[in-house]
Design a protein around this ligand. Structure first.
Ligand code: DC
Length: 224
């Protein structure tokens, strides 16, 4: 069983996907962590972020390992744990170069399919999971929320990590990422035609998970 959850930055996908996976005893895949890992490796190698061949060589010459421990995606590059370092604002800002490189996307989608192939049940989240990576997924969700609500959530997360940015700064960065996610030529952010769209603006995370779970139950009942 494959469940995809796509949506813009800070729409609550990651936490919702993780909790839904827990409830369904399914595996969880945070595909943003993959883009972040390649971004960090590219930054470490000081490659030209606009050069597709150089970015591809980053994938070829580094060993990336993704696993789920304590319900979090952990990331190792060449055997070293970089789970925390892939979340820095610099990595977040540079990830758009990796995300808009077609050949890199192709490789990452391949890795995502391999990850899913060895698992019975998976909840996978990102931008293109229902549209490109798993067009035949059993259930597809697309989460949305207005950018002011998303900025508030992101600010709370950042504050918890000791980073104090203004709401305006955060909302502007989120809106820029939306633009870059929606307008890239490959794997753009958009709902699959058969996705269930859920607006999380006024929902708590528990409320989101409840909605997802009830849709899953309803769809499973219909199938059987
Ligand atoms: O979800 P996130 O913020 O961790 O994603 C990090 C970056 O990766 C962001 O620039 C969007 C991109 N991404 C993507 O293009 N496709 C995915 N399936 C997942 C993430």
């Amino acid at each position: 069983m494959i469940i995809t959850i796509d949506g813009p930055a800070a729409s609550g996908k990651s936490t919702a996907a993780r909790l839904l996976a827990q409830k369904l005893s399914a595996s969880f895949l945070d595909t943003g962590a993959m883009y972040r890992a390649v971004t960090l490796a590219a930054m470490q190698a000081s490659v030209n972020m606009s050069d597709e061949d150089e970015l591809l060589s980053v994938i070829r010459t580094n060993k990336f390992e993704f696993s789920v421990t304590d319900d979090e995606m952990s990331v190792r590059i060449n055997g070293i744990d970089f789970t925390e370092q892939i979340r820095t604002p610099q990595v977040t800002a540079n990830a758009r170069y990796i995300a808009s490189c077609p050949n890199v996307r192709e490789k990452l989608v391949e890795m995502q399919r391999q990850f899913a192939a060895s698992r019975q049940k998976i909840v996978t989240e990102g931008r293109d999971q229902g549209t490109v990576a798993f067009p035949d997924a059993d259930i597809k969700f697309y989460l949305v929320a207005d950018s002011a609500a998303r900025a508030k959530r992101r600010q709370a997360d950042l504050r918890a990590g000791g980073d104090d940015q203004t709401l305006e700064q955060i909302q502007m960065a989120i809106e820029e990422r939306d633009k870059s996610d929606k307008n890239r030529a490959v794997g753009p952010l958009k709902p699959a035609d058969d996705a269930v769209i859920i607006d999380t603006t006024d929902l708590s995370i528990d409320g989101v998970v409840e909605k997802l779970l009830s849709c899953v139950k309803e769809k499973c009942l219909k199938k059987n």
